[in-house]
Design a protein around this ligand. Sequence first.
Ligand code: PMP
Length: 382
Amino acid sequence: MNSTSKNVQSVEISGIRKFYNKVIQYPGAISLTLGQPDFNVPNKIKLAMVKAIEENKTTYTSTAGIIELREEISKYLRKLGINYTKDEICITMGGSEALMDVFAALINRGDKILIPNPAYPAYESCVKILGGNILNYDLKENFSIDFENLEKILEDEKPKAMVLSYPSNPTGAVLSREDNEKLLKLIKKNNLIVISDEIYASLCFEKEYYSPAQYDEIKDRIILVSGFSKMFSMTGLRIGYVCADKIFMNQIIKVHQYNSSCAPSISQWGACEGLKSCMKDVDYMCSKFMERRDYIYSKLKSLGFELNLPKGAFYVFPSIEKFNMKSDEFCERLLKEAGVAIVPGSAFGTKGEGHVRISYAYSMDELKSSMGKIESWIDSLK
Ligand code: PMP
């Protein structure tokens, strides 16, 4: 008899990881599966971490994280038009821990949590582990929110909280000004709590950045989750953060304490230096991602894929419907027959079916050679 948690049993290992792990069985295969930038951590961050080690800053920090980093985050967010004080910020072990802390602080058994479909798989898994009930809202063809569907769900189901995820993994869509304004009205009208995962905020290819956290009048209902894995290409250093009003933060910080005591001290000093002196590195990485985005978008178009131009993050989510294969079969065959690993859209929810996710957080050489292989493979299908 399996006496482990039924909630945990109901959750699967992420489909992204599953495919990533398969690649090693195919020597020479190229993987475009992970959301991990291929740049090195900016040098100043490395030096700040070495200095922190030499100065023996290797003890626990305060639970919420070092004040210096929280102050820098507060300043950085202000430039995006988002106002949280250092006391409304808690540093976590990546955005992953931040998400789990937030859901754990919010969810009573059976609470309805509204998440987009398709979406980053952690939202659904965290909510299930914690005994919440998932509701999905639809996205339109361009991956913006289908407000008609959303309003109906809000009215019929009265969910406790809603997850927003822009710039989006897996779709590459960003939040528009019009949709941000619509959200403001809906959040006010429905007294909704919003968990806004903005971990790709620094990778927005549009001039302006929009988030409901920019509206001070509803800021007490917005819980912002973010982090530095993508921004400073420091996925293994595990620094994320949560911003929230005191009412939420008082609970979130307890979960964070029992999860982790504090985020890794050395990495906190690294992220702090990053915010102080590495914004040029961030701009450079962003410009490189844009070049890759442009390449991959036009290449996929020329191969006959239907897709939206990604406006942020580093993923493209083309439709594969014309190939008459489920996304799992498409990706299995592409890996076996062409030696390229990408992620089936089904890994991101039922509405991800009919699509595949390609990460372009890989070098131009890898992108070019994998696109060549995809081209030959598609020709072989004809
Ligand atoms: N949110 C989204 C949308 C992500 O894509 C990721 C990582 N892939 C995370 C959160 C968590 O990232 P980390 O734990 O490395 O900060």
